[in-house]
Write a protein that binds this ligand. Sequence first.
Ligand code: SDX
Length: 435
Amino acid sequence: MEKQFLTVTDERTGKTYRLPIQNGTVNTMDLRQIKTDPDDFGLMGYDPGYKNTASCKSSITFIDGERGILLYRGYPIDQIAENYNFLETAYLIINGEFPTGAEYDKWSWNITHHTMLHENIKKFMEGFRYDAHPMGILISTLAALSTFYPDSRNIEDPESRRLQIYRLLGKVPTIAAAAYRHSMGLPYNYPDNTLSYTGNFLNMLFKMTEPKYEPNPVLEKALDTLFILHADHEQNCSASTMRGVGSSHSDPFCAVAAAAAALYGPLHGGANEMVLRMLKEIGSKDKVGAYIKRVKAGEVLLMGFGHRVYKNYDPRARIIKNIADQVFDVTGRNPMLDIALELERIALEDEYFVERKLYPNVDFYSGIIYQAMGFPVALYPVLFAIGRTAGWLAQWEEMLLDPDQKIHRPRQIYIGKTHRDVPRLKGKKKSEAMA
Ligand code: SDX
Protein backbone atom coordinates (compact mmCIF):
# COMPACT_ATOMS: atom_id res chain seq x y z
CA MET A 1 0.00 0.00 0.00
CA GLU A 2 1.37 3.44 -0.98
CA LYS A 3 2.93 5.32 1.96
CA GLN A 4 0.68 8.08 3.34
CA PHE A 5 1.79 11.23 5.16
CA LEU A 6 0.44 14.06 7.30
CA THR A 7 2.20 17.33 6.46
CA VAL A 8 2.20 19.84 9.30
CA THR A 9 3.75 23.28 9.61
CA ASP A 10 4.95 24.52 12.97
CA GLU A 11 4.03 28.20 12.84
CA ARG A 12 6.46 28.91 15.69
CA THR A 13 9.37 28.14 13.34
CA GLY A 14 7.79 27.99 9.87
CA LYS A 15 9.22 24.45 9.54
CA THR A 16 7.17 21.76 7.79
CA TYR A 17 7.18 18.10 8.73
CA ARG A 18 5.87 15.01 6.93
CA LEU A 19 4.60 12.48 9.47
CA PRO A 20 3.93 8.92 8.23
CA ILE A 21 0.34 7.72 8.64
CA GLN A 22 0.10 3.98 9.44
CA ASN A 23 -3.06 2.03 10.34
CA GLY A 24 -4.96 5.31 10.63
CA THR A 25 -2.51 6.64 13.22
CA VAL A 26 0.44 8.95 13.55
CA ASN A 27 3.18 7.63 15.82
CA THR A 28 3.38 10.24 18.57
CA MET A 29 7.14 9.68 18.82
CA ASP A 30 7.30 11.33 15.38
CA LEU A 31 6.07 14.55 17.06
CA ARG A 32 9.25 14.79 19.12
CA GLN A 33 11.24 16.09 16.10
CA ILE A 34 9.02 19.19 16.12
CA LYS A 35 11.09 21.61 18.20
CA THR A 36 11.57 25.36 18.56
CA ASP A 37 15.33 24.92 19.16
CA PRO A 38 17.81 22.01 19.61
CA ASP A 39 17.33 22.06 23.41
CA ASP A 40 13.54 21.78 23.10
CA PHE A 41 12.21 18.37 24.24
CA GLY A 42 9.88 18.30 21.23
CA LEU A 43 6.12 17.91 20.98
CA MET A 44 4.09 15.21 22.76
CA GLY A 45 0.44 14.21 22.41
CA TYR A 46 -1.95 15.04 25.30
CA ASP A 47 -4.90 12.64 25.73
CA PRO A 48 -6.36 12.31 29.26
CA GLY A 49 -8.35 9.04 29.54
CA TYR A 50 -6.73 7.92 26.26
CA LYS A 51 -9.87 8.88 24.35
CA ASN A 52 -7.95 9.04 21.07
CA THR A 53 -4.80 7.02 21.67
CA ALA A 54 -4.01 3.53 20.35
CA SER A 55 -1.80 1.90 22.99
CA CYS A 56 -1.10 -1.26 21.02
CA LYS A 57 -1.84 -3.34 17.96
CA SER A 58 -4.19 -6.21 18.73
CA SER A 59 -5.91 -9.01 16.81
CA ILE A 60 -8.12 -10.22 19.65
CA THR A 61 -11.31 -8.10 19.61
CA PHE A 62 -12.73 -5.51 17.23
CA ILE A 63 -15.49 -3.05 18.11
CA ASP A 64 -17.23 -0.68 15.68
CA GLY A 65 -18.86 1.78 18.10
CA GLU A 66 -20.94 3.58 15.48
CA ARG A 67 -22.42 0.39 14.02
CA GLY A 68 -22.59 -1.58 17.28
CA ILE A 69 -20.33 -4.38 16.01
CA LEU A 70 -18.28 -6.69 18.29
CA LEU A 71 -16.00 -9.41 16.89
CA TYR A 72 -13.80 -11.90 18.80
CA ARG A 73 -10.96 -12.89 16.45
CA GLY A 74 -13.18 -11.79 13.56
CA TYR A 75 -16.28 -13.77 14.55
CA PRO A 76 -19.50 -11.82 15.43
CA ILE A 77 -20.43 -12.03 19.11
CA ASP A 78 -24.02 -13.13 18.40
CA GLN A 79 -22.87 -16.11 16.29
CA ILE A 80 -20.39 -17.15 18.98
CA ALA A 81 -22.99 -16.84 21.74
CA GLU A 82 -25.42 -18.91 19.68
CA ASN A 83 -23.06 -21.74 18.74
CA TYR A 84 -20.22 -22.08 21.27
CA ASN A 85 -19.69 -22.40 25.02
CA PHE A 86 -17.54 -20.20 27.20
CA LEU A 87 -14.49 -22.50 27.32
CA GLU A 88 -14.47 -22.79 23.52
CA THR A 89 -14.73 -18.98 23.34
CA ALA A 90 -11.93 -18.55 25.88
CA TYR A 91 -9.78 -20.85 23.71
CA LEU A 92 -10.61 -18.74 20.63
CA ILE A 93 -9.80 -15.47 22.40
CA ILE A 94 -6.52 -16.73 23.85
CA ASN A 95 -5.31 -18.89 20.95
CA GLY A 96 -6.82 -17.15 17.91
CA GLU A 97 -8.94 -20.00 16.54
CA PHE A 98 -11.69 -22.27 17.83
CA PRO A 99 -10.28 -25.56 19.21
CA THR A 100 -10.46 -28.87 17.39
CA GLY A 101 -12.09 -31.72 19.33
CA ALA A 102 -8.73 -32.92 20.67
CA GLU A 103 -7.58 -29.38 21.47
CA TYR A 104 -10.80 -28.72 23.36
CA ASP A 105 -10.53 -31.95 25.35
CA LYS A 106 -6.99 -31.02 26.46
CA TRP A 107 -7.99 -27.40 27.20
CA SER A 108 -11.08 -28.38 29.17
CA TRP A 109 -9.26 -31.18 31.04
CA ASN A 110 -6.42 -28.90 32.12
CA ILE A 111 -8.71 -26.10 33.27
CA THR A 112 -11.00 -28.53 35.07
CA HIS A 113 -8.02 -30.03 36.90
CA HIS A 114 -6.89 -26.62 38.12
CA THR A 115 -10.13 -25.60 39.83
CA MET A 116 -8.96 -26.58 43.35
CA LEU A 117 -7.52 -23.96 45.72
CA HIS A 118 -4.67 -24.60 48.19
CA GLU A 119 -6.31 -25.39 51.52
CA ASN A 120 -4.44 -22.48 53.14
CA ILE A 121 -6.58 -20.14 51.03
CA LYS A 122 -9.57 -21.12 53.17
CA LYS A 123 -7.76 -19.77 56.24
CA PHE A 124 -6.83 -16.64 54.27
CA MET A 125 -10.48 -16.09 53.30
CA GLU A 126 -11.70 -16.60 56.84
CA GLY A 127 -9.85 -13.41 57.73
CA PHE A 128 -12.42 -11.34 55.85
CA ARG A 129 -15.47 -9.91 57.64
CA TYR A 130 -18.71 -11.74 56.87
CA ASP A 131 -19.89 -8.71 54.84
CA ALA A 132 -16.66 -8.16 52.89
CA HIS A 133 -17.39 -7.23 49.27
CA PRO A 134 -16.63 -10.31 47.14
CA MET A 135 -14.61 -8.21 44.70
CA GLY A 136 -12.28 -7.27 47.56
CA ILE A 137 -11.97 -10.97 48.40
CA LEU A 138 -11.35 -11.91 44.75
CA ILE A 139 -8.69 -9.21 44.21
CA SER A 140 -6.83 -10.04 47.43
CA THR A 141 -7.01 -13.81 46.95
CA LEU A 142 -5.71 -13.57 43.38
CA ALA A 143 -2.69 -11.60 44.58
CA ALA A 144 -2.23 -14.06 47.46
CA LEU A 145 -2.27 -16.96 44.99
CA SER A 146 0.81 -15.50 43.30
CA THR A 147 2.73 -16.48 46.47
CA PHE A 148 1.63 -20.10 46.00
CA TYR A 149 2.89 -20.16 42.41
CA PRO A 150 6.29 -18.40 42.28
CA ASP A 151 6.89 -20.20 38.95
CA SER A 152 4.28 -17.83 37.49
CA ARG A 153 7.00 -15.17 37.39
CA ASN A 154 8.63 -17.02 34.47
CA ILE A 155 6.59 -14.94 32.05
CA GLU A 156 9.07 -15.49 29.19
CA ASP A 157 8.44 -19.28 29.26
CA PRO A 158 5.46 -20.23 27.04
CA GLU A 159 4.87 -23.44 29.00
CA SER A 160 4.72 -21.49 32.27
CA ARG A 161 2.34 -18.93 30.73
CA ARG A 162 0.09 -21.78 29.55
CA LEU A 163 0.08 -23.35 33.03
CA GLN A 164 -0.84 -20.02 34.67
CA ILE A 165 -3.63 -19.55 32.11
CA TYR A 166 -5.04 -22.97 33.11
CA ARG A 167 -4.68 -22.11 36.80
CA LEU A 168 -6.36 -18.70 36.54
CA LEU A 169 -9.24 -19.80 34.31
CA GLY A 170 -9.72 -22.76 36.64
CA LYS A 171 -9.44 -20.98 39.97
CA VAL A 172 -11.26 -17.66 39.46
CA PRO A 173 -14.72 -19.33 39.61
CA THR A 174 -13.64 -21.29 42.71
CA ILE A 175 -12.52 -18.09 44.46
CA ALA A 176 -15.75 -16.36 43.37
CA ALA A 177 -17.89 -19.17 44.76
CA ALA A 178 -15.88 -19.29 47.99
CA ALA A 179 -16.36 -15.53 48.44
CA TYR A 180 -20.11 -16.02 48.10
CA ARG A 181 -20.18 -18.98 50.52
CA HIS A 182 -18.08 -16.97 53.00
CA SER A 183 -20.59 -14.10 52.87
CA MET A 184 -23.45 -16.54 53.50
CA GLY A 185 -21.66 -18.29 56.38
CA LEU A 186 -21.83 -21.54 54.42
CA PRO A 187 -19.12 -24.20 54.06
CA TYR A 188 -17.13 -24.10 50.82
CA ASN A 189 -18.08 -26.59 48.11
CA TYR A 190 -15.33 -28.45 46.32
CA PRO A 191 -15.31 -28.52 42.51
CA ASP A 192 -17.18 -31.33 40.74
CA ASN A 193 -15.10 -32.33 37.74
CA THR A 194 -18.01 -34.17 36.15
CA LEU A 195 -19.85 -30.90 35.53
CA SER A 196 -19.23 -28.25 32.83
CA TYR A 197 -17.18 -25.14 33.63
CA THR A 198 -20.30 -23.12 34.36
CA GLY A 199 -22.22 -26.02 35.87
CA ASN A 200 -19.37 -26.57 38.33
CA PHE A 201 -19.42 -22.86 39.23
CA LEU A 202 -23.14 -23.14 40.05
CA ASN A 203 -22.34 -26.29 42.03
CA MET A 204 -19.67 -24.52 44.10
CA LEU A 205 -22.09 -21.66 44.73
CA PHE A 206 -25.36 -23.39 45.49
CA LYS A 207 -24.78 -27.05 46.48
CA MET A 208 -26.20 -27.68 49.96
CA THR A 209 -26.72 -31.14 51.48
CA GLU A 210 -27.77 -33.01 48.32
CA PRO A 211 -25.27 -35.75 47.34
CA LYS A 212 -24.75 -34.25 43.87
CA TYR A 213 -25.68 -30.79 42.59
CA GLU A 214 -27.67 -30.81 39.32
CA PRO A 215 -27.48 -27.39 37.60
CA ASN A 216 -30.62 -26.21 35.83
CA PRO A 217 -29.62 -26.52 32.13
CA VAL A 218 -31.40 -23.29 31.12
CA LEU A 219 -29.67 -21.27 33.84
CA GLU A 220 -26.33 -23.00 33.16
CA LYS A 221 -26.54 -22.09 29.46
CA ALA A 222 -27.69 -18.53 30.22
CA LEU A 223 -24.79 -17.92 32.61
CA ASP A 224 -22.30 -19.56 30.22
CA THR A 225 -23.50 -17.18 27.49
CA LEU A 226 -23.13 -14.22 29.86
CA PHE A 227 -19.51 -15.29 30.45
CA ILE A 228 -19.01 -15.30 26.66
CA LEU A 229 -20.46 -11.79 26.34
CA HIS A 230 -18.11 -10.49 29.04
CA ALA A 231 -14.97 -12.29 27.82
CA ASP A 232 -13.11 -9.42 26.14
CA HIS A 233 -13.63 -5.88 24.89
CA GLU A 234 -10.45 -4.34 23.36
CA GLN A 235 -8.46 -1.91 25.50
CA ASN A 236 -11.06 -1.22 28.20
CA CYS A 237 -9.90 0.09 31.56
CA SER A 238 -9.23 -3.34 33.11
CA ALA A 239 -7.57 -4.81 30.00
CA SER A 240 -5.29 -1.76 29.83
CA THR A 241 -4.50 -2.30 33.51
CA MET A 242 -3.65 -5.96 32.82
CA ARG A 243 -1.34 -4.85 30.03
CA GLY A 244 0.16 -2.09 32.15
CA VAL A 245 0.95 -4.26 35.16
CA GLY A 246 2.06 -7.12 32.90
CA SER A 247 4.39 -4.75 31.01
CA SER A 248 6.62 -4.54 34.10
CA HIS A 249 6.86 -8.38 33.91
CA SER A 250 4.85 -8.84 37.09
CA ASP A 251 3.33 -12.32 37.36
CA PRO A 252 -0.12 -12.93 35.83
CA PHE A 253 -1.81 -13.50 39.22
CA CYS A 254 -0.87 -9.99 40.37
CA ALA A 255 -1.74 -8.58 36.95
CA VAL A 256 -5.20 -10.20 37.01
CA ALA A 257 -5.68 -8.93 40.58
CA ALA A 258 -4.91 -5.40 39.33
CA ALA A 259 -7.23 -5.81 36.35
CA ALA A 260 -10.01 -7.00 38.65
CA ALA A 261 -9.39 -3.95 40.84
CA ALA A 262 -9.90 -1.73 37.79
CA LEU A 263 -13.04 -3.65 36.83
CA TYR A 264 -14.46 -3.12 40.35
CA GLY A 265 -15.01 0.59 39.70
CA PRO A 266 -18.66 1.69 39.23
CA LEU A 267 -17.79 3.33 35.92
CA HIS A 268 -16.55 -0.03 34.59
CA GLY A 269 -17.52 -3.55 35.64
CA GLY A 270 -18.94 -2.35 38.95
CA ALA A 271 -21.76 -0.74 36.97
CA ASN A 272 -23.86 -3.92 36.87
CA GLU A 273 -24.11 -3.84 40.67
CA MET A 274 -24.90 -0.09 40.59
CA VAL A 275 -27.66 -0.64 38.01
CA LEU A 276 -29.55 -2.90 40.42
CA ARG A 277 -29.01 -0.45 43.29
CA MET A 278 -30.32 2.32 40.99
CA LEU A 279 -33.40 0.28 40.00
CA LYS A 280 -34.06 -0.49 43.67
CA GLU A 281 -33.73 3.22 44.50
CA ILE A 282 -36.22 4.15 41.75
CA GLY A 283 -38.55 1.50 43.12
CA SER A 284 -41.34 1.55 40.52
CA LYS A 285 -42.08 2.46 36.89
CA ASP A 286 -43.99 5.60 37.85
CA LYS A 287 -40.90 7.04 39.56
CA VAL A 288 -38.65 6.63 36.48
CA GLY A 289 -39.49 10.12 35.16
CA ALA A 290 -38.31 11.76 38.38
CA TYR A 291 -35.02 9.84 38.25
CA ILE A 292 -34.44 10.80 34.62
CA LYS A 293 -34.87 14.44 35.68
CA ARG A 294 -32.07 13.98 38.26
CA VAL A 295 -29.86 12.44 35.58
CA LYS A 296 -30.48 15.37 33.24
CA ALA A 297 -29.76 17.79 36.06
CA GLY A 298 -26.35 16.12 36.37
CA GLU A 299 -27.11 14.87 39.92
CA VAL A 300 -26.72 11.16 39.09
CA LEU A 301 -25.56 8.95 36.25
CA LEU A 302 -27.91 6.57 34.48
CA MET A 303 -25.92 3.47 35.40
CA GLY A 304 -25.66 0.86 32.64
CA PHE A 305 -25.96 3.58 29.99
CA GLY A 306 -23.24 5.16 27.87
CA HIS A 307 -19.95 3.88 26.56
CA ARG A 308 -16.60 5.28 25.49
CA VAL A 309 -16.72 3.35 22.21
CA TYR A 310 -20.33 2.35 21.51
CA LYS A 311 -22.30 5.33 20.24
CA ASN A 312 -25.02 2.89 19.30
CA TYR A 313 -26.75 0.02 21.10
CA ASP A 314 -24.17 -2.30 22.76
CA PRO A 315 -24.65 -5.59 20.84
CA ARG A 316 -24.11 -7.47 24.09
CA ALA A 317 -27.01 -5.65 25.77
CA ARG A 318 -29.29 -6.80 22.97
CA ILE A 319 -28.29 -10.46 23.43
CA ILE A 320 -28.58 -10.21 27.22
CA LYS A 321 -32.10 -8.80 26.89
CA ASN A 322 -33.02 -11.90 24.87
CA ILE A 323 -31.49 -14.22 27.47
CA ALA A 324 -33.70 -12.60 30.15
CA ASP A 325 -36.86 -14.24 28.79
CA GLN A 326 -35.29 -17.74 28.91
CA VAL A 327 -34.14 -17.19 32.51
CA PHE A 328 -37.47 -15.76 33.64
CA ASP A 329 -39.26 -18.83 32.23
CA VAL A 330 -37.39 -20.75 34.94
CA THR A 331 -37.06 -18.21 37.76
CA GLY A 332 -40.19 -16.14 37.28
CA ARG A 333 -40.13 -12.58 35.88
CA ASN A 334 -37.97 -10.07 37.74
CA PRO A 335 -40.12 -6.96 38.37
CA MET A 336 -36.98 -4.84 38.07
CA LEU A 337 -37.16 -5.53 34.33
CA ASP A 338 -40.25 -3.33 34.02
CA ILE A 339 -38.40 -0.39 35.59
CA ALA A 340 -35.37 -1.02 33.33
CA LEU A 341 -37.52 -1.21 30.19
CA GLU A 342 -39.25 2.08 31.13
CA LEU A 343 -35.87 3.74 31.75
CA GLU A 344 -34.65 2.53 28.36
CA ARG A 345 -37.87 3.62 26.61
CA ILE A 346 -37.67 7.15 27.99
CA ALA A 347 -33.90 7.49 27.51
CA LEU A 348 -33.98 6.35 23.87
CA GLU A 349 -36.55 9.06 23.10
CA ASP A 350 -35.08 11.89 25.19
CA GLU A 351 -32.87 14.45 23.44
CA TYR A 352 -30.43 14.56 26.42
CA PHE A 353 -29.47 10.92 25.87
CA VAL A 354 -29.87 10.92 22.09
CA GLU A 355 -27.50 13.87 21.55
CA ARG A 356 -24.96 12.28 23.90
CA LYS A 357 -25.44 8.92 22.14
CA LEU A 358 -26.17 7.17 25.42
CA TYR A 359 -27.50 3.63 24.96
CA PRO A 360 -27.77 0.63 27.27
CA ASN A 361 -24.41 -1.10 27.67
CA VAL A 362 -23.51 -4.64 28.73
CA ASP A 363 -24.19 -3.81 32.38
CA PHE A 364 -27.74 -2.54 32.00
CA TYR A 365 -29.62 -5.84 31.78
CA SER A 366 -27.09 -8.35 33.11
CA GLY A 367 -27.77 -7.54 36.77
CA ILE A 368 -31.51 -8.16 36.34
CA ILE A 369 -30.74 -11.68 35.15
CA TYR A 370 -28.18 -12.29 37.88
CA GLN A 371 -30.73 -11.21 40.51
CA ALA A 372 -33.37 -13.54 39.06
CA MET A 373 -30.80 -16.39 39.20
CA GLY A 374 -30.36 -15.77 42.92
CA PHE A 375 -26.98 -14.01 42.97
CA PRO A 376 -26.51 -11.25 45.56
CA VAL A 377 -25.96 -7.81 44.01
CA ALA A 378 -22.41 -7.53 45.31
CA LEU A 379 -21.43 -10.66 43.35
CA TYR A 380 -22.27 -9.16 39.93
CA PRO A 381 -18.84 -7.57 39.25
CA VAL A 382 -17.27 -10.91 40.25
CA LEU A 383 -19.40 -12.65 37.60
CA PHE A 384 -18.11 -10.06 35.11
CA ALA A 385 -14.54 -10.89 36.20
CA ILE A 386 -15.01 -14.63 35.61
CA GLY A 387 -15.78 -14.05 31.94
CA ARG A 388 -13.23 -11.27 31.51
CA THR A 389 -10.33 -13.31 32.91
CA ALA A 390 -10.09 -14.97 29.47
CA GLY A 391 -9.73 -11.55 27.80
CA TRP A 392 -7.24 -10.27 30.35
CA LEU A 393 -5.03 -13.31 29.80
CA ALA A 394 -5.25 -12.99 26.00
CA GLN A 395 -4.34 -9.27 26.17
CA TRP A 396 -1.51 -10.04 28.61
CA GLU A 397 0.11 -12.69 26.42
CA GLU A 398 -0.35 -10.62 23.23
CA MET A 399 1.39 -7.70 24.97
CA LEU A 400 4.32 -9.90 26.08
CA LEU A 401 4.78 -11.27 22.54
CA ASP A 402 4.50 -7.88 20.80
CA PRO A 403 7.97 -6.56 19.85
CA ASP A 404 6.60 -2.99 19.81
CA GLN A 405 5.64 -3.15 23.48
CA LYS A 406 7.69 -1.77 26.37
CA ILE A 407 6.98 -1.11 30.05
CA HIS A 408 4.07 1.35 30.31
CA ARG A 409 5.45 4.71 31.36
CA PRO A 410 3.48 7.72 29.99
CA ARG A 411 4.83 11.29 30.08
CA GLN A 412 3.04 14.29 31.66
CA ILE A 413 2.52 18.02 31.31
CA TYR A 414 4.14 19.47 34.42
CA ILE A 415 2.07 22.32 35.87
CA GLY A 416 3.66 22.40 39.32
CA LYS A 417 6.07 24.85 40.98
CA THR A 418 9.30 25.66 39.19
CA HIS A 419 12.55 25.25 41.13
CA ARG A 420 12.56 26.84 44.58
CA ASP A 421 14.88 26.51 47.61
CA VAL A 422 13.62 24.99 50.84
CA PRO A 423 12.79 27.46 53.66
CA ARG A 424 15.87 28.32 55.73
CA LEU A 425 15.84 26.16 58.88
CA LYS A 426 18.87 27.74 60.65
CA GLY A 427 18.19 27.70 64.43
CA LYS A 428 14.48 27.36 63.83
CA LYS A 429 12.21 24.38 64.39
CA LYS A 430 10.83 22.97 61.11
CA SER A 431 7.29 24.08 62.00
CA GLU A 432 8.41 27.69 62.74
CA ALA A 433 10.23 27.80 59.42
CA MET A 434 7.12 26.66 57.59
CA ALA A 435 4.81 29.08 59.47
C1 SDX B 1 -18.16 -1.22 30.86
O1 SDX B 1 -14.53 0.28 27.84
C2 SDX B 1 -15.24 -0.77 27.78
O2 SDX B 1 -15.26 -1.45 26.78
C3 SDX B 1 -16.03 -1.09 29.05
C4 SDX B 1 -16.94 -2.32 28.96
C5 SDX B 1 -16.16 -3.60 28.77
O3 SDX B 1 -16.77 -4.57 28.28
O4 SDX B 1 -14.99 -3.65 29.22
O5 SDX B 1 -17.87 -2.17 27.90
C6 SDX B 1 -17.73 -2.51 30.27
O6 SDX B 1 -17.46 -0.68 31.67
C7 SDX B 1 -19.44 -0.59 30.35
C8 SDX B 1 -19.70 0.80 31.00
C9 SDX B 1 -20.29 0.57 32.38
N1 SDX B 1 -20.39 1.88 33.10
C10 SDX B 1 -21.58 2.45 33.32
O7 SDX B 1 -22.65 2.04 32.89
C11 SDX B 1 -21.49 3.72 34.18
C12 SDX B 1 -22.32 4.83 33.53
N2 SDX B 1 -21.66 5.25 32.29
C13 SDX B 1 -20.79 6.40 32.35
O8 SDX B 1 -20.05 6.51 33.52
C14 SDX B 1 -20.03 6.62 31.03
O9 SDX B 1 -20.94 6.48 30.01
C15 SDX B 1 -18.81 5.78 30.73
C16 SDX B 1 -17.80 5.79 31.82
C17 SDX B 1 -19.19 4.37 30.43
C18 SDX B 1 -18.15 6.37 29.47
O10 SDX B 1 -17.71 7.63 29.82
P1 SDX B 1 -16.96 8.58 28.74
O11 SDX B 1 -16.74 7.87 27.46
O12 SDX B 1 -15.78 9.17 29.42
O13 SDX B 1 -18.05 9.66 28.44
P2 SDX B 1 -18.22 10.99 29.20
O14 SDX B 1 -18.16 10.74 30.69
O15 SDX B 1 -17.27 11.98 28.63
O16 SDX B 1 -19.73 11.39 28.86
C19 SDX B 1 -20.02 12.14 27.72
C20 SDX B 1 -21.29 12.91 28.12
C21 SDX B 1 -21.12 13.70 29.42
O17 SDX B 1 -22.10 14.76 29.38
P3 SDX B 1 -21.56 16.28 29.11
O18 SDX B 1 -20.43 16.53 30.09
O19 SDX B 1 -21.09 16.25 27.68
O20 SDX B 1 -22.77 17.13 29.34
O21 SDX B 1 -22.36 11.98 28.41
C22 SDX B 1 -22.72 12.08 29.79
C23 SDX B 1 -21.57 12.77 30.50
O22 SDX B 1 -22.05 13.44 31.66
N3 SDX B 1 -22.90 10.70 30.27
C24 SDX B 1 -23.89 10.32 31.06
C25 SDX B 1 -23.70 8.95 31.21
N4 SDX B 1 -22.62 8.55 30.53
C26 SDX B 1 -22.11 9.66 29.94
N5 SDX B 1 -24.91 11.01 31.64
C27 SDX B 1 -25.77 10.28 32.39
N6 SDX B 1 -25.64 8.92 32.60
C28 SDX B 1 -24.63 8.25 32.02
N7 SDX B 1 -24.52 6.92 32.21
